[in-house]
Design a protein around this ligand. Structure first.
Ligand code: HEC
Ligand code: HEC
Length: 237
């Protein structure tokens, strides 16, 4: 498929070169091959796609915000997330491998995104993931009521005691390669994911590696850990 794409680019480069040839020299068949191949070789390498422009034109902004960060608590921030992780999630949501519970209107929360991911090809998904990973993460969203220092400390303790940092790193900021950053993510999004991973609703990708850890958490512990993680400051890259 990649080579087909390259072939496509190659062909369009040739087409693009054609009028120039026609202008410069009156049809001189012998001169045509070198003139046509020179620009084609240069453009044969796939042009780098503009992830930022794609993010805006592919309607991602409607749900994820202008630079991959919007205040809606149920929707994940994407700015500063791991690129490989995001690419896998895009593919899994598009293919129906990652599913979710319902939103307020009763539709699966992944549905709206699934519907549009089919309009985004593999190369575009990779460019989107690379762009989003490069954007500085947003500041923690204030909670109402704001958790006090004692609650945040209890949350940190629960996070550590339940083994979360083995994979997600201290404060959820230094995950193993290709695992998600969870420090500084939105509280409600974290709660939803933790419950759905624990309850076997979200089973895509590598989620089963953390199943045993999630199963030890009751709802109150999940709320506690999510309060704490959501208030972690992610320093801009
Ligand atoms: C209609 C709303 C909507 C649109 C449009 C949308 N998304 Fe999403 N996206 C979501 C929701 C909601 C989730 C989280 C689903 C869940 O709770 O399981 C999500 C999850 C993701 C994730 C996984 C995040 C994580 O931390 O696991 C990525 C990556 C992502 N979206 C990228 C995109 C990109 C890129 C686009 C544009 C091509 C896009 N989304 C368009 C609603 C949307
Ligand atoms: C053995 C490794 C491991 C452990 C331990 C672990 N996780 Fe995870 N976690 C993962 C992986 C891998 C993913 C991504 C799954 C995927 O591929 O979709 C994930 C995903 C998540 C997500 C969803 C992130 C997103 O953006 O959607 C949250 C929230 C989370 N983990 C929280 C925790 C918490 C809290 C703990 C401790 C109770 C924990 N994890 C323990 C490996 C682990």
């Amino acid at each position: 498929m990649f080579s087909m794409l390259r072939a496509g680019l190659f062909a369009s480069a040739l087409i693009a070169a054609a009028p120039v040839l026609a202008q410069s020299t009156a049809p001189a068949p012998e001169a045509a091959p070198p003139a046509a191949t020179a620009p084609a070789t240069e453009t044969a390498a796939p042009a780098a796609l503009d992830g930022k422009a794609l993010f805006r034109t592919k309607t991602c902004v409607a749900c994820h915000g202008k630079d991959g960060a919007k205040a809606i608590q149920m929707y994940p921030d994407l700015a500063g997330q791991d690129a490989k992780y995001m690419l896998e999630q895009m593919n899994d949501i598009a293919d129906g491998k990652r599913v979710s519970g319902p939103d307020a209107r009763g539709y699966p929360r992944t549905q709206g995104m699934k519907d549009i991911m089919h309009l985004v090809n593999a190369e575009e998904r990779a460019a989107l993931a690379a762009y989003l990973a490069s954007v500085p993460a947003p500041k923690p969203r204030p909670l109402d009521p704001a958790p006090d220092a004692a609650r945040l400390a209890d949350g940190k303790k629960a996070y550590t005691q339940n083994g979360c940092q083995t994979c997600h790193g201290a404060d959820g900021l230094k995950p193993l390669a290709t695992y998600p950053v969870i420090g500084g993510m939105k509280r409600d999004y974290l709660v939803l994911q933790l419950k759905e991973i624990r309850d076997g609703v979200r089973v895509n990708g590598k989620t089963k590696t953390m199943l045993a850890f999630a199963k030890k958490l009751d709802d109150a512990k999940i709320d506690l850990i999510a309060d704490y993680l959501s208030q972690i400051e992610r320093s801009p890259k």
